[in-house]
Design a protein around this ligand. Structure first.
Ligand SMILES: NC(=O)c1ccc[n+]([C@@H]2O[C@H](COP(=O)([O-])OP(=O)(O)OC[C@H]3O[C@@H](n4cnc5c(N)ncnc54)[C@H](O)[C@@H]3O)[C@@H](O)[C@H]2O)c1
Length: 487
């Protein structure tokens, strides 16, 4: 394995795949860090960004991440888990989340290679798209991480692997990155968690978000899976990686240390749609070839952050409105797919905006927007408490945390140029499987399966509420038109 840090290689990886996703180097001059550098920059275009005008404040609070994120994550350099024994991993899905793409910095195989070094042995890759699976393996075998993949076998489904494996192939962790329509259900063919629990009891799971995209009535299936996972004490982590951001943990720390009660969360996720070219992303139908819509599939990260800070949501209080494809305000000029191929009733909203009450009495607001061109997404998340405003900007690419606190009208800005939440979530999982941390600095899983089901439930409540509002408005319009006709 290379001696480079995960940071170096994440940077190389992100740059190779997507020059627009600039991962900042620690040696970059301070003043240049936050200036949008070119039209292709991946940095937020938010007006609060040009920090050169803001003096970099001294961090007057010591960021203590160790109790929440394993101690190895607080260091910039890669730390391979100790030991010399092989660490068998089973991959489900040979797609972008597992092997990277030019859409973003995700790439679980890459993080595992760094966490485990030469100990990583990927025993099998399960994907019905055999050619795709073989192609990604071929690339790995041509690289310096060959030892992790030289014995990897490809299977169309889990049963084939189970029927052909030898005891030495038993995985210590299963990483599930198949599409959500094939997971989170008790229905055969979409119940991969149940199959894994049956064939490999006690083996740790990592499952990508969202936990499912099936019909809403199947949420009870997902809760049943959550119960099985928890009753069997299976280690399980779900891929809400934003929770592992140092900026997010600093927000938690400020709340904890100042005994704050969250009053309000405000989440805004504006995506750049031009390059989103998967037809299923644009199709909110409940078929297995669809995404269930952008709130359930994509905005879910911000619904999850909202819950992470606001606590449980009273889903009966969720109210929402949308701007739809057939409204004047919903016209998009630069779609890269042919939307006319999608039935009108399945086309996705351009904007969904929702409010709700948390069980704590706090309120949450959430807006998902499909409007921006080019490459940068514009995402911000705010938390308010008495005297405090915590504002997280650009969490995907270059998180900046703006903190306003009592005694000062001016926000302080904190940067986290060295952070890789994808690495942290994988690293924590492995540390827990290895049980190498026995003290208060132990790594933690920040998103359990049950917690992730609750986020899934919230996103469905938002979608349903917006569709109810639209139906009510359409009915009112029809009635008004009929009344006008009759007059
Ligand atoms: N956390 C993040 O930021 C992030 C980023 C990207 C993707 N994701 C999530 O990862 C998941 C996968 O997304 P992706 O972008 O890799 O999709 P993808 O389409 O690139 O890849 C999915 C792969 O799964 C395979 N597949 C289909 N059915 C399967 C089955 N039953 N068993 C095993 N494999 C199967 C497909 O053939 C394909 O190769 C989604 O849930 C997505 O939301 C998360």
């Amino acid at each position: 394995m290379s001696s480079a840090s995960p940071r170096d290689l994440a940077q190389a990886d992100a740059t190779q795949h997507n020059p627009g996703h600039q991962v900042l180097n620690e040696t970059e001059p301070e003043g240049s860090r936050l200036e949008p550098s070119s039209e292709h920059s991946h940095r937020s275009t938010s007006p609060v960004i040009p920090l050169p005008e803001i003096p970099q404040p001294k961090l007057d609070l010591e960021l203590d991440l160790s109790s929440i994120i394993g101690s190895s994550e607080t260091k910039a350099e890669a730390i391979h888990v100790g030991g010399t024994d092989d660490f068998n991993v089973l991959f489900i899905g040979a797609g972008n989340i597992m092997f990277g793409s030019d859409e973003g910095p995700w790439n679980h195989s890459f993080r595992l290679e760094h966490k485990l070094g030469p100990r990583l042995k990927v025993v099998a890759l399960i994907d019905p798209a055999i050619d795709r699976a073989n192609a990604v393996l071929e690339k790995k075998r041509d690289s310096f991480v060959v030892s992790a993949y030289e014995a990897t076998r490809v299977f169309k489904n889990l049963d084939d692997f189970v029927n052909n494996m030898s005891p030495k192939d038993k995985p210590r962790a299963v990483i599930v990155g198949s599409p959500p329509m094939f997971r989170g259900s008790l229905q055969p063919g979409r119940n991969i968690e149940v199959q894994i629990l049956k064939h490999f009891p006690g083996v740790a799971l990592f499952i990508e978000k969202p936990i499912a995209t099936g019909a809403r009535h199947e949420i009870s299936d997902a809760f049943a899976i959550a119960k099985t996972i928890s009753d069997s004490k299976t280690i399980c982590s779900v891929g809400y990686m934003l929770r592992y951001l140092k900026a997010v943990q600093q927000m938690k720390q400020i709340i904890r240390e100042n005994n704050l009660t969250v009053m309000s969360t405000i989440a805004r996720y504006a995506c750049a749609y031009v390059k989103i070219s998967k037809p299923d992303w644009w199709d909110k139908s409940k078929s297995i070839f669809a995404s269930a819509g952008p709130v359930v599939e994509q905005g879910t990260h911000f619904a999850d952050l909202s819950r992470y800070f606001g606590g449980e949501v009273d889903v009966d209080t969720v109210q929402a409105h949308s701007v739809e494809w057939d409204e004047n305000a919903g016209h998009l000029s630069h779609q890269s797919i042919d939307e006319s191929a999608i039935p009108p009733e399945n086309r996705i909203p351009r904007v969904t905006t929702a409010t709700w009450k948390y069980d704590s009495g706090a309120v949450g607001t959430f807006t998902h927007i499909v409007a921006l061109h080019d490459t940068n997404y514009s995402c911000e998340f705010e938390v308010y408490a008495d005297g405090y405003q915590l504002k997280l900007v650009n969490p995907y690419v270059q998180p900046i945390l703006y903190v306003r606190k009592p005694g000062d009208d001016i926000e302080q800005a904190f940067q986290f140029p060295d952070d890789d939440p994808f690495f942290s979530e994988v690293s924590n999982l492995i540390d827990i499987v290895e049980d190498i941390e026995e003290d208060s600095e132990a790594a933690q899983i920040l998103s359990s399966y049950e917690d992730a089901v609750r986020t899934y439930e919230l996103t469905w409540a938002i979608r349903d509420a917006s569709e109810r509002s639209r139906a009510a408005k359409q009915q009112a319009n029809r009635k008004a038109a009929e009344a006008q006709k009759a007059a």
